[in-house]
Design a protein around this ligand. Structure first.
Ligand code: PAF
Length: 287
């Protein structure tokens, strides 16, 4: 595996990779890799000849009181993991390579970004859309792989690629990979390491309560009442607050107050101990 830390290095290594032909996949990450990331890499390897992984803790997607400084950074360990997974190129720019002085452009995807994490974390999705668009333009991959764990993020990135007519990758080549879960159902996340052992045990209430809510909505239960019950369960199970518990259209991310049958997503963000956990599940009465 080769590692590039500047744009010139990245372009040289990519030119070498492409000279032999074959397709290129991009797996963007912020590092602190876990099994969820490795699943993205494995899917990317199945789909394309060369896999490029990026590790960049993107400051523009963190709010002023968020965990940018505390966010785990372990480049040496991550690099060994990616090499063992057959990644051809690790793109690990510093902040100055990604945002040179004077960088003044940002991308806002209206609508899909407005609610849920967009409302709870002002500016977050502008930071994500901007850095992902830059990563796409830097690497120009044939396909890009993202976890469905960050479902609203995936919807924002797909909408951005469609609206800006991106060619590399085309919106249809942005691949969402199902969430990888621990044995008790908790979605894997780099932020799970912020949990104390007790909070980690209690955190499993989140996927359990969400599964119960999905079953209730699919069975015709009232959406508002089901979401209220979900929030109550989380607060009784050790969560200190719930940022949101909502049902949304699976593509537009528009909130749904009364469910009929269109593919939807149950989305939750809730705080326990020092961590803000997010999760989502599909809701589909036709399945
Ligand atoms: O999901 C993440 O790890 C980040 O939001 C991403 C997509 C790498 C952009 O910084």
């Amino acid at each position: 595996m080769q590692t590039a830390t500047t744009l010139d290095m990245l372009r040289n290594v990519l030119a070498g990779l492409r000279s032999g032909g074959g397709s290129v996949a991009l797996v963007p990450t912020m590092g602190a890799l876990h099994e969820g990331h490795l699943t993205l890499v494995r899917e990317a390897r199945k789909a394309c000849d060369h896999v490029v992984a990026s590790i960049f803790v993107n400051p523009t997607q963190f709010g002023p009181n968020e965990d940018l400084d505390a966010y785990p950074r372990q480049l040496v360990e991550d690099s060994k993991i990616l090499e063992a997974e057959g990644v051809a190129l690790l793109w690990a720019p510093g902040v100055e390579a990604m945002y040179p002085a004077g960088c003044a452009t940002s991308i806002r995807v209206n609508g899909v970004s407005d609610n849920f994490c967009g409302a709870a974390r002002p500016g977050h999705f502008e930071g994500v859309a901007t850095v992902v668009c830059k990563l796409f333009n830097q690497v120009m991959p044939d396909k890009a792989f993202f976890g469905e764990k960050d479902y609203q993020q995936l919807a924002v990135i797909r909408a951005m690629a469609r609206d800006l007519n991106l060619a590399c990758p085309h919106a249809r080549d942005i691949v969402g990979v199902p969430t990888v879960r621990e044995s008790d159902g908790l979605a894997m996340s780099s932020r799970n390491r912020y949990l104390s052992p007790e909070d980690r045990t209690n955190a499993a209430a989140l996927p359990r309560a969400m599964q119960a809510a999905v079953a209730a909505i699919e069975a015709g239960g009232n959406v508002g009442e089901t979401l209220d019950a979900l929030e109550r369960t989380l607060l009784e199970s050790g969560f200190s607050s719930v940022d949101y518990a909502a049902l949304a259209d699976a593509q537009s991310m528009a909130p749904i107050a009364s469910y009929s049958s269109a593919p939807a997503r149950l989305l939750v963000a809730a705080r326990i101990g020092g961590a803000r956990l997010i999760d989502n599940l599909p809701v589909d009465r036709t399945k």
